[in-house]
Design a protein around this ligand. Structure first.
Ligand SMILES: [Mg+2]
Length: 233
């Protein structure tokens, strides 16, 4: 367990909100052990790298400055398709050696995070259902992607990656253009869909997001850098 940060002088109402921020940011991998020392809080995070905590510290800082309205924690997501948006789409990418970040994507996600977007990945992985690669291959590649992101200063973990492993004929409700993965993300993190943003390179990405109620939709060209201007609103 690692002690990361002390936040001082929080009133009980503030601690409640802080806990919620932490919970929403770290669901699944965090346990907070807190102890009172006068009016100070000590936050303990097990098995979490300092890089992974940067976004959370940002939120705490934001919160301390009372920028947020009382009780109103609005989380707007940056939903990203994976193949063709995050990594170059070579067709059924499943190995580290074929995983190549699209130019500028890490800077884009970082910029989004600084603008208080919460990055979430929603990816169709029918290669699993079609038997081209396994869930384990997908997990291995995901761990590789997340590690590269964290080293770049992006606060993200496995709980923010939603994948659909099904082949089209399985008729699941998660394969885009179905909205299932977006709805799961909304449920898990309490996302404000109307103020969220989806970026995809296929019409099915856009359709799925629209169906789920995502308010801002951008279709980009496959493997093309994204203009950070779309974050300025
Ligand atoms: Mg794609």
């Amino acid at each position: 367990m690692m002690k990361v940060r002390r936040v001082s002088s929080l009133a009980p109402r503030q601690t409640k909100i802080l806990r919620e921020i932490l919970y929403r940011n770290c669901i699944e991998w965090i346990e907070i052990a807190e102890s009172w020392e006068g009016e100070s809080w000590e936050l303990h995070f097990p098995s979490v790298s300092a890089e992974a905590l940067r976004g959370i510290e940002y939120n705490i800082h934001d919160f301390q400055n009372e920028k947020r309205e009382r009780g109103a924690i609005v989380k707007r997501a940056l939903f990203l398709d994976r193949d063709g948006v995050i990594n170059v789409d070579h067709g059924y990418v499943s190995r580290e050696e074929d995983f190549e970040f699209v130019e500028g994507i890490l800077d884009f996600i970082k910029e989004a995070q600084e603008r208080n977007y919460f990055p979430i990945v929603v990816t169709n992985q029918s290669g699993i259902g079609r038997g081209f690669y396994s869930e384990e291959d997908f997990e291995r590649l995901t761990a590789h992607m997340l590690e590269a992101m964290r080293q770049y200063g992006i606060a993200i973990d496995r709980s923010r990656i939603f994948h659909c492993p099904h082949a089209p004929e399985e008729r699941c409700d998660c394969r885009k253009p179905a909205p299932g993965m977006f709805l799961q993300a909304r449920e898990r993190f309490g996302i404000d869909m109307e103020n969220s943003l989806m970026i995809g390179d296929k019409e099915s990405d856009i359709e799925a997001a629209r169906e789920a109620g995502v308010g801002h939709l951008y279709r980009i060209g496959k493997n093309e850098p994204i203009d950070t201007k779309i974050l300025e609103r």
